[in-house]
Design a protein around this ligand. Structure first.
Ligand code: PLP
Length: 369
């Protein structure tokens, strides 16, 4: 419109109709017609079409947060008495949401691998949920194998693809039914947005767009959709830079005597590296390392000595971030998840890699030498 290089932001909470009959028809098809912002909005729609195309899905629905997308997606697929399989480690609040569903009679079981799925599946199992690479440990799941296993048993598979972004991994092309993302990470890319999306076939997206999206009210705003569209424009370039810096930092840490392990699927030493190379075209820059210590004090001292890496939650923005479950997660939860005291998570940002390496080297020497 008007030769504008940026799409307009439709700041309309409602849209008016020429006749009452037209309004009625629009309300019945509110997933596709513009009626009210809590249901649809043209700017949000544009972001959705771009995300669907990038993930190779038929349709996408954007939400006001990643958890909005995850909770609406899971709720749309289960009823009282149903069972969910969770494969590998997943984002903490996703597990909390599954626990919350217990009060509505929906149960779940966490398993480590497909052998565990074979043992835990029930006649009431409807859904298989997973992430790859997995949360905090960055273990790689064979996506095509897991998706085929679910399909053969009539389950819907849902995968969180936030870590890789659709630039580096496209799970729908490997047989996964629905992909969810937090757009608050790399897709937004500037730590100024919270959003989420689910992508997949119309037969699964339409019902949740008409029901859970409308009723839970986790709508994306057109302003955030405009930021998503901007983020998508530079996503391939930013991901290439994140990959390069992340791998340089991970390789440095792997050789440091104060570091016991580095969990980055892009390192040849990672147990899932070969599978990762088969199903991913690149690696993001969120990974974990294990410091050579059992002391929370040492971990705190390491974090406090860093200058470039800011201490905080979330990830995927310009600025490098550091977080440690021993300091930020309840002790019992950390122990149940099998996360060692010395585990530290890094989100490598877009600052020069040599500066980030100097920063880490100094903090390791100063806190653990
Ligand atoms: C892997 C993963 N999935 C989903 C979410 C939830 O996204 P949001 O914070 O946008 O609700 C997060 C947030 O940290 C995440 O790390």
């Amino acid at each position: 419109m008007l030769g504008a290089v940026n799409p307009p932001v439709f700041e309309n909470s409602l849209f008016a109709f020429a006749t009452a009959e037209e309004l009625g028809e629009a309300v019945r098809n509110e997933d596709e017609r513009y009626v009210y912002w809590r249901g649809t909005n043209p700017t949000v729609d544009l972001a959705q079409r771009k995300l669907a195309a990038l993930e190779r899905g038929e349709r996408a629905k954007c939400f006001g947060s990643g958890m909005g997308a995850i909770s609406a997606t899971v709720s749309s697929l289960v009823s009282a008495g149903d069972h969910v399989l969770v494969l590998g480690a997943v984002y903490g609040p996703t597990t909390q949401f599954l626990r919350y569903l217990e009060k509505f009679g929906v149960t779940h079981t966490h398993v480590d691998d497909l052998g565990g799925c074979d043992s835990a599946i029930r006649s009431s199992t409807r859904l298989l949920y997973f992430e790859s690479p997995s949360y905090m440990a960055y273990a790689v799941v064979d996506i095509a194998e897991v998706a085929a296993w679910a399909r053969e048993r009539g389950l819907v598979s849902v995968m969180d693809n936030t870590w890789s972004t659709p630039i580096f991994q496209k799970p729908l092309t490997m047989g996964v039914d629905l992909v969810v993302h937090s757009l608050s990470k790399y897709v937004g890319g500037h730590s100024d947005l919270v959003g989420g999306v689910v992508v997949g076939p119309s037969r699964l997206i339409r019902p949740l767009a008409l029901t859970e999206y409308q009723l839970y009210g986790a709508a994306m705003s057109p302003h955030d959709a405009a930021k998503v569209i901007k983020g998508l424009r530079t996503l391939p370039v930013r991901m290439a830079a994140h990959q390069e810096r992340g791998l340089a930092v991970a390789a440095f840490l792997e050789g440091h005597p104060a570091v016991r392990a580095v969990h980055h699927p892009g390192l040849p030493s990672h147990p899932g590296h070969a599978t990762a190379l088969r199903q991913m075209s690149g690696f993001s820059s969120l990974f974990s390392l294990v410091l050579n210590t059992e002391s929370r004090q040492d971990v705190a001292s390491f974090l406090d000595k860093l200058r470039y890496f800011r201490i905080g939650v979330s990830w995927g923005g310009f600025e490098s971030l550091v977080n440690a479950p021993a300091l930020s997660t309840e002790e019992s939860v950390r122990a149940t998840m099998g996360i060692p005291v010395g585990l530290v998570r890094l989100s490598v940002g877009l600052e020069p890699a040599d500066e980030l390496i100097k920063d880490l080297d100094h903090a390791l020497e100063a806190s653990l030498a």
